[in-house]
Design a protein around this ligand. Structure first.
Ligand SMILES: Cc1ncc(COP(=O)(O)O)c(C=O)c1O
Length: 440
């Protein structure tokens, strides 16, 4: 018996009325989504207001790693709401416990954290920390990177979307290319293990662009919004060495990569990286708004009192969620399941690519897999026009997907980490069917 059931063409009758109301009253500024109004969700399964059920490969944009509405998380958040909702900048029991639990779950050199509410705030705080600690104002970041939609975040990011038409960005951002094995015109990705030509090129960028005030760098372990781009093995470690040689601090933006998404609790574990700062968001609260910046005590020591703060940061409900999520990671084999089911789904999707002339690349790590669509596999010309019909077709057959990428041509396969083999098989079959109907 199938898990996903969609009764008729979408949107359903109740969904249609609600979507019209939504667009009447809330600015229609979000990216394209399937015409579905979510009602409730559990694990990997979403139910809409018309009673249709879907398997979820969006995971609320990489948020609900423990599965939608995990009962332990829901109970912990509910309990916290009955005692105290917020106490700005003050201590509360949940906040103190969350700080201890998060620091103990982090790699040992990151011995302090600070709670905020969104990933953008966390990257903003990281930029401030790097500038404040080094006394330098330039930051190295990467083309196609994404660090949020605040001005600092958008400026550090290497995507046009968050900054085009908004005038000047924050000064002092120096941007370098991020090696992309699928689109590698210079052949840098094949140069491992030392990536000599890439780092010579990087030296040239710094020589040409820095005023001499380069103090920090920020990057994602794999580029998420940029199109699920995984750098070649060993490059991140070489970059770390390059940064260390220049005495620079660096931030690894794990807002979406952490909490088991890549098959390890922290993506930095894959190459034994030791960033000075790590930004954390999304799955830290698995749906409850919370984020954090983690760093060494030495880095945090540059701040005076009152320099880091956010109205809802460290509130008891968010903090209770941080603890409950960590409880779930201790009790359930989420990270192992991410590695195992991710490898299985990657293999199946690669097989599908051999039969679909538009599916140019399938790449992934754990349960973060990107499907890159092109007009032609030889020229690799992006085919963003295929994405909307694919999202709608998949939804009509019971699978929710979303898209990312500099060119908007990458579908993300990022289900909750609790996905079962049966759920994976059914969702893969829906994707296979949709791919067979895809036409330019
Ligand atoms: C790597 C990365 N950093 C920062 C952010 C911004 O997080 P938020 O949307 O919670 O502000 C995102 C969001 O997608 C992200 O993927």
């Amino acid at each position: 018996m199938s898990i996903a059931k969609v009764k008729g063409p979408l949107p359903g009758p109740k969904g249609k009325v609600l979507l019209e109301k939504w667009h009447k009253y809330e600015a229609d500024a979000v990216g394209f989504q399937a015409p579905v109004v979510w009602d409730h969700a559990q694990g990997c399964v979403v139910t809409d207001v018309d009673g249709n059920t879907y398997l979820d490969w969006t995971c609320g944009v990489l948020v609900t790693n423990v599965g939608h509405c995990h009962p332990h998380l829901v109970a912990a958040a509910q309990k916290a709401t009955t005692r105290l909702l917020n106490n700005y900048e003050c201590a509360n029991v949940e906040r103190i416990e969350a700080a201890e639990r998060l620091v103990k779950a982090l790699p040992p050199h990151l011995d302090k954290c600070f709670f905020l509410s969104t990933g953008s705030e966390a990257t903003e705080a990281a930029a401030r920390l790097m500038k404040r600690k080094t006394g330098k104002f330039e930051i190295l970041s990467f083309e196609c990177g994404f660090h949020g939609r605040t001005l600092h975040g958008a400026s550090m990011g290497g995507m046009a979307g968050p900054k085009r038409n908004y005038g000047p960005t924050v000064p002092g951002i120096i941007r370098a290319p991020f090696p992309n094995p699928y689109r590698d015109p210079n052949g840098w990705c094949k140069d491992g293990p030392d990536f000599k030509r890439y780092f010579e090129f990087l030296d040239g960028i710094i020589a040409a662009n820095s005023t001499g005030s380069l103090g920090g760098a920020i990057l994602e372990p794999y580029q998420g919004a940029g199109g699920f781009i995984f750098p070649p093995k060993g490059w991140l470690k070489k970059l770390e060495e390059w940064l260390r040689k220049r005495g620079m601090l660096y931030t690894l933006d794990e807002v979406q990569a952490s909490y088991g998404r890549t098959g390890k609790m922290w993506a930095l574990e894959h190459e034994n990286l030791k960033p000075d700062i790590v930004t954390i968001g999304k799955a830290i609260g698995c749906g409850v708004p919370v984020s954090a910046v983690a760093a060494t005590s030495d880095v945090f020591s540059c701040l005076s009192k009152g320099e880091l703060s956010s109205t809802l940061g460290g509130n008891p409900v968010a903090s209770a969620a941080v603890c409950a999520v960590l409880d779930i990671y201790e009790r359930e084999p989420l990270v192992a399941n991410s590695a195992k089911m991710g490898a299985y789904m990657l293999k199946r999707l690669k097989q599908m690519a051999t039969k679909c002339k538009y599916l140019g690349d399938v790449r992934g790590m754990g349960l973060i897999i990107g499907l890159e669509f092109v007009k032609d596999k030889k020229t690799k010309t992006p085919a963003p026009e295929l994405i909307k019909p694919l999202i709608v077709d998949c939804a009509n057959h019971g699978l929710l997907i979303g898209s990312v990428g500099m060119f908007g041509n990458v579908v993300r396969v990022a289900p909750p980490l609790v996905i079962t083999k049966a759920e994976a098989d059914e969702s893969l079959a829906i994707m296979e069917g949709a791919l067979s109907r895809l036409k330019l």
